[in-house]
Design a protein around this ligand. Sequence first.
Ligand code: M6R
Length: 615
Amino acid sequence: MCGVVAVIGKQNASDLVVEGLKKLEYRGYDSAGIASVSGGALHTIKSEGKLINLIEELSKVSKANLQSDSSIAIGHTRWATHGNVNVKNAHPLTSESKVAVVHNGIIENYESIKNQLISDGYVFKSQTDTEVLPHLFMKYIKLGNNFLQAGRLVLKDIKGAFAFVAMSLDFPNELFVSRNSSPLAIGLGEKSNFVGSDAHSIDHLTQRIIYLEDGDHALIDLDNVRIFNINEENVDRKIINIKAEIGLITKGGYRHFMEKEIFEQPSVIPQIISTFIKNSYEINIDLNKLGFKNKNTLLISAAGTSYYAAMVGKYWIEQLADLPVIIDLASEYRYRKPSVFGQSAMLVISQSGESLDTLMALRHGKELGLNTNAIVNVEGSTIDREANYSLYTRAGAEIGVASTKSFTSQLVILFMIAVALGKKFNIVTQEQLQKICSYILSLPSAIAEMLNMENEIKSVAQNIKNAKSIIFLGRGLLYPLALEGALKLKEISYIHAEGFAAGEMKHGPIALIEDQVPVIMFLVSDGNEDKAISNLQEAYSRGAKIILIADRDCIKKAPFAHYKIEIPNFETDFKSLLSPFLMAIPAQLLAYHVANERGTDVDQPRNLAKSVTVE
Ligand code: M6R
C-alpha cells in the first residue's frame, strides 16, 4: 500500500526521504515520487516502477538545483487505486507548482470536489482522487489563510480514509499532516522532524515517535510539532521510544525475504512459546482480560491468511474448550448488522495491525459493545493501540508480502488460547495440559524437520509449475490449510489455485477436474482419513495429478498418488490437533518454489501490498 515519508530541518532531505521510502518498499507499490523546496522553487520528480527508477531520475537532476540546499522534502510510494500506474498519477500531486501533497488512502468524495475545483479554474493533470488535496490547499491559501487554517478547511471538505502530508512554497518551513484511519507516525529530532507511514520508515532518523490518532492533524516545523484533535484543540500525544531494528532489511543470505522468513520459523516460535508457557505446564494468558463472560460465543475476525489462522482457531477452541466460535471476514463484518446475541468478546488477528478492513471490524465490534482483543505482530500499530487487550506474536518484521512466520505465530497464540480456555472450563485435564505443553515445546524442532523436506517439495514444484489451475484439499483442521496453501500459491506464482474441503468436491468442484490438473491434499491420520482418501480417489479416477502430503499411514492407504511427500513421524497423542503447524510448512515451501520456478517477484508480487490500508 502507499507509503509516505517527509523530512523537515535536515540537509539533503530528499536523500533521507528516499532512505525512508526504501524501508516501505515491502508494502508493495507501483510508482514513486519526491518533492522538495530549494532555490525558492518546488521540485517534483516521479517515476513508474521500482524506487531504483526514481533514484536514477534524481541523479539526473543537478544536485545544486534540487537537493543540496533542500532541508524539506516529502516522498511517496504509490499503490494505484484511482487512475492507472503512470508518472502523472504518481505522487506528490501538485497545484500551480506551489503546493505538493503525498497521500495514503482514498478521498471518497473527490468527484464532487474535483468538479467544483474545475469550475473554479483549477487544472487537473492526473486521474487520482488525491489531486483535489493540493488544489484545495492552493484555493484556501489564496484566500489569505495560513497553512494551518488552510489545512483545517481542507479537512472539513474531505471524506474518507487518509493519511497525508502537504507542503507549500508559501510556507516553506512547515508541513501539514493529518490522518483518518490510515496510519501515520511523526518522528521527533533535534532541530528537525519527520513523518512516515510507520515508525520503521523513519527509524534511521529518530527513535522518538508519536502516533497520531484518528481525526488528528498537525503543523510541523523544525522546532515544533503542534498536534490538534478533530475539534481543533491542541493535544499531547504519547511519545514512544522505539528500538531501531538493525538488519531488518537484509535477506541474511537468502534469495528472498519470504524464504528467510519461512526458515526463521524454528527460531521465532520458541520466543512466542516462552512468553506463553510458564514452568513448562502453565499457560500465561489472562483470560479475564479477553472478556469472556461464562461460555459466551467468541467472535474472531481477520483478513487473508490471518483469517485462515482464525479458522484453525475456531476448530481448536470448539474442540478443546467446547466454546462456540464465529469467524467473520473483516471486510464483510463491518458492512453487516451482525447479531451479537450471546457474545461478549471479539478477537481480531492481523500481522501488520494496520489492515483497514480488520481495523474497521474491530471498531464495529467495539460499537456493538464487545470487548475487543487483538493478535498482532506489529506492536504500536493502530489495531494494537485500539484493542482493549493485545497478544503479540513478536515474530519480527515480516517483509515478504506472503505471510509465513506470522501465520504459524498466530497459530501458536490461538492454540494457547484454546488450551487455556479448555483448562478453565475443565475440558482439558491437568495431565493433558502438561502433555500438550511438552509437545508445544518440541514444536520448533518438528518445524525444523518439516523444513528438511524442501528438496522433495521443490521437485513437486518443478512438476506443477506450468499448471493453469491447482486444487488444494483438506478436511477438518487441514481444510483451512488447503485454503491457505491455495492463497499462498496464487498470490506469488499467479497460478489460479483454489482450496476446498475434501468432502465438498462432489458438490461441485469435481467438475473442474480434467486430465493432469494437480490436486494437492494435506492429510494426517485423524480417524477420518479414509473418507479423505476416497475423495482423492474420485479426483484420481478423473485424471487428476495427485500430490499427497501426509503421514506414513495415510500414504500407505493411497498408493495411487503420483507424488507422495511423507511428513516426518511425530509421536504424539495430539498429532492431528497440531497438524496445521506442520502442514503450514509444505504449503509455504510449495508456493515459494513454484513462484521461483516461474521467476515471479516473490517478495513483492504484482498488485499486492503487505499492509492493506484501503478498503
Ligand atoms: O496484516 P494482516 O494480517 O491484517 O493482513 C491480512 C492479509 O492482507 C494478509 O494475510 C494477506 O492475505 C497475505 N498477503 C497472505 O499471504
